[in-house]
Ligand binder design. Structure first.
Ligand SMILES: *[C@@H]1O[C@H](CO)[C@@H](O)[C@H](O)[C@H]1NC(C)=O
Ligand SMILES: *[C@@H]1O[C@H](CO)[C@@H](O)[C@H](O)[C@H]1NC(C)=O
Ligand SMILES: *[C@@H]1O[C@H](CO)[C@@H](O)[C@H](O)[C@H]1NC(C)=O
Ligand SMILES: *[C@@H]1O[C@H](CO)[C@@H](O)[C@H](O)[C@H]1NC(C)=O
Length: 413
């Protein structure tokens, strides 16, 4: 009985569906011990048949997460594995039950079914927004490779001491309960457009194109995951699709620098500009010191690399792995800004978003400025010496490794 109780409770921590086991269990709590035991079995069997096979997946083997608990697994066999389109690299991760954990969305993905049934499935120029099966498969396999690489890098470079997830680790993760999405924001990697889209998914707005920048950021009613209690956090982490979009790190910080320092921005100029100028600019003019305007890229980089920074690091230039903790949180979908259109489309279809919903492609601020590209990034980094360039690369080294970006520019070694 204690094993069962343990099993039920552990499941509850990770899975919505299993919460229902516990609710079923409550009904039997007043009865005799044997009846309780039978009750639980009955409830689990019943749920398994009616509910689980349709909507959910079996509870993961709790020993995977809670090594000390010995557990009795119900005899009912797990549902047959779904047709895998993520490749089979997960075999070595443990039991099949665990490997299924990550397939939730892909196994029920509607576009596959549609394409299979569609007579024009062989045509690559099918309906707009609809993936051809090949593109779909290819992208899915790329996404799976990304996940594996991140896992490998985490195993290799991060301490093996298993850390507990705290509210601090999930403070950048936005919650969309309706489609069960968790989106970790990486600023300058499409984050405003994702927030708009999440608002539409949540039913707060009807068209992402009509949401202005301030609403997407300041007035955004979406909650971040740290606003929930421990149970609410673990339940969502266990059953929602966890999403992250990354961008080439140097391009990302050039984009951040241009946005925050080359354009009027009282907040950033006061909070960051003033201390940066005062520490790194010899003979700064009084007006520069007072306004914090005109931080150069070189000064910004000096600040970034300084272990005794006069002011802390901001999310716009904090490394993506620091913002989203991919070694602690097992993201299902690691997208790339560089291929945003295709990958966001795939994700939205997987999440069963309304078919007319696509990620908007707004450039939010400083519309007159050209979008930050590799060419522009190189121009900025040409202002630095080789040693500084190398050190900026080193600063974002984990992002390069974890997200498989190649070394930028020939000059870096
Ligand atoms: C890393 O990126 C390179 C090219 O950009 C690609 O060929 C390779 O398959 C990727 N590796 C993984 C594990 O994703
Ligand atoms: C962490 O564990 C993995 C496998 O369990 C092992 O291959 C790796 O070397 C370990 N890393 C460290 C830093 O101990
Ligand atoms: C999508 O369609 C729904 C209703 O069919 C409509 O309310 C909504 O505004 C549309 N969204 C977009 C982005 O066009
Ligand atoms: C700063 O100003 C002083 C006096 O005006 C001058 O002697 C010094 O060389 C200047 N330093 C720099 C780095 O420009």
């Amino acid at each position: 009985l204690h094993c069962w109780l343990g099993y039920v409770l552990l499941c509850c921590i990770r899975h919505t569906i299993c919460l229902e086991y516990a609710q079923g269990f409550n009904k039997y709590q007043d009865s005799e011990t044997t009846q309780v035991y039978r009750g639980i079995i009955m409830v689990i069997r019943k749920r398994k048949q009616h509910h689980l096979l349709e909507n959910g997946r079996p509870c993961p083997n709790p020993t995977h997460h809670f090594k000390k608990v010995s557990v009795v697994i119900p005899k009912t066999p797990p549902p047959p594995p779904p047709p895998s389109i993520r490749g089979s690299q997960e075999q070595d991760l443990g039991s099949q039950r665990i490997s299924k954990k990550h397939r939730k969305l892909l196994k029920t993905s509607p576009p596959i079914q549609r394409i299979n049934k569609s007579p024009s499935s062989s045509s690559s120029s099918s309906l707009s927004g609809l993936f051809s099966l090949q593109r779909w498969r290819k992208l899915s396999s790329i996404l799976e490779q990304r996940r594996q690489l991140t896992k490998e890098m985490c195993a290799k470079y991060k301490s093996n001491v298993s850390k507990t997830i705290t509210q601090h680790h999930v403070k950048n993760i936005f919650v969309e309960d309706k489609h069960k999405l968790l989106y970790c924001q990486v600023p300058k990697a499409g984050c405003s457009n994702w927030k708009r889209t999440l608002m539409v998914l949540a039913g707060i707005a009807s068209d992402p194109q009509t949401i202005n920048h301030d609403t997407a950021h300041i007035g955004n009613p979406l909650k971040t995951l740290n606003n929930f209690d421990r149970q609410g956090i673990m339940r969502r982490l266990g059953s929602y699709t966890k999403v992250l979009f990354v961008r080439e790190p140097l391009e990302r910080i050039v984009s951040a620098y241009r946005d925050k320092f080359e354009n009027p921005n009282e907040y950033y100029h006061t909070l960051f500009g003033k201390p940066i100028i005062s520490k790194y600019r010899p003979n700064a003019s009084r007006s520069a010191l007072e306004s914090g305007n005109g931080v150069t890229f070189q000064e910004f980089v000096q600040y970034l690399l300084d272990v005794h920074r006069p002011v802390g690091i901001d999310i716009h230039w904090e490394a993506a792995n620091q913002l989203c903790n991919p070694c602690l949180i097992d993201y299902d979908f690691i997208g790339k800004f560089e291929n945003m259109e295709e990958e966001s489309d795939l994700l939205l279809r997987l999440a069963r978003a309304p078919r007319n919903l696509t990620l908007p492609n707004f450039k939010d601020r400083n519309l007159a400025d050209e979008r930050t590209s590799l060419k522009i990034t190189q121009k900025y980094f040409a202002q630095l010496g080789p040693l500084e360039r190398q050190r900026v690369y080193d600063f974002y080294y984990m992002d390069y490794l974890m997200f498989n970006y190649s070394k930028p520019f020939q000059v870096l070694n």
